[in-house]
Design a protein around this ligand. Structure first.
Ligand code: ADP
Ligand code: MG
Length: 260
């Protein structure tokens, strides 16, 4: 039994479509996330994973389909979407990118408080206190005054995660958060994400880190060419994939030197 069975979903995306010119990138994507759940999205480069996350975060506007976040209105992309609805969607989630894109001229603390203080307009004292707490939690309590270039790549990604948490989102979206890191720095970032999952954060994670996915995911979606080819529990999708395309992808990322 899933720990979340029975409750209404936190997020429901239905039949998402998106084209860039002639390139139909999303061809009907359905994704459901319950509160406290971790959904892992895997799939080859160009399959549309980032476009799904950007759509969930209101950074991209799909051409069709709908997204509903718990308590909010259903946003129907087949019609004109009011700006206020897109902004509402953006406020519900926070994204952690492949590259941290911290502001280089700001300190770690300034980077973290920028969103909650300047954009959300929360009281600065409160935001600063919360930021210090969050930095301490990811092992960066003593780096608040450092600039991003003084940190390792793994530390920078941890700041990126803190920056997302500081927005107090309902859900976290991770887009290949460790793929730009040197191998020895991957573990410390995955550990933080795993801890957040264990604490009950709701998240969608795009990653090729299969051992992390096996441990952390409640549900796995395999995407290829804009469709969900296969989905299920990590044990099913990784251990006994039904679809030939899934098998081929998994073989390729597990043994990258063998080719096809
Ligand atoms: P993935 O994250 O799985 O690698 P993406 O969602 O980034 O895939 O991209 C899917 C496809 O959409 C790719 O062919 C990519 O070139 C195209 N694409 C993504 N964003 C844009 C954009 N802003 N303009 C034009 N094409 C885009
Ligand atoms: Mg991507």
């Amino acid at each position: 039994m899933s720990r979340t069975s029975g409750s209404a979903p936190l997020l429901t995306a239905t039949a998402l479509h998106k084209s860039f010119g002639d390139n139909e990138v999303l061809r009907g994507i359905d994704l459901t996330l319950h509160r406290g759940e971790v959904v892992v999205l895997i799939g080859p480069s160009g399959s549309g994973k980032t476009t799904v996350l950007r759509s969930l975060n209101g950074l991209e506007t799909p051409d069709g389909g709908s997204i509903e976040v718990d308590g909010g209105p259903e946003i129907d992309f087949s019609g004109r979407v009011p700006q206020r609805q897109r902004f509402a969607l953006r406020d519900r989630s926070a994204m952690v990118f492949q590259h941290h894109n911290l502001f280089p001229h700001l300190t770690v603390l300034e980077n973290v408080i920028e969103g909650p203080w300047r954009v959300q307009g929360r009281p600065k004292d409160e935001v600063v206190a919360e930021a210090h707490g969050l930095l301490a939690r990811v092992g960066l309590g003593d780096r608040a005054d450092a600039r991003p270039h003084e940190l390792s790549g793994g530390q920078q990604q941890r700041v990126g995660i803190v920056r997302a948490l500081a927005l107090r989102p309902d859900l976290l979206l991770f887009d290949e958060p460790t793929s730009a890191l040197d191998p020895e720095l991957v573990g410390e970032v995955l550990l933080v994400i795993k801890e957040l999952a264990d604490e009950g954060w709701s998240m969608v994670v795009v990653t090729h880190e299969l051992s992390f996915a096996r441990e952390a995911a409640d549900h796995v979606l395999f995407m290829d060419a804009g469709v969900v080819v296969e989905e299920g529990s990590p044990a099913q999708v990784f251990g006994a994939p039904r679809e030939e395309r899934t098998q081929r992808f998994l073989t390729r990322i597990l043994r990258p030197l063998d080719g096809d």
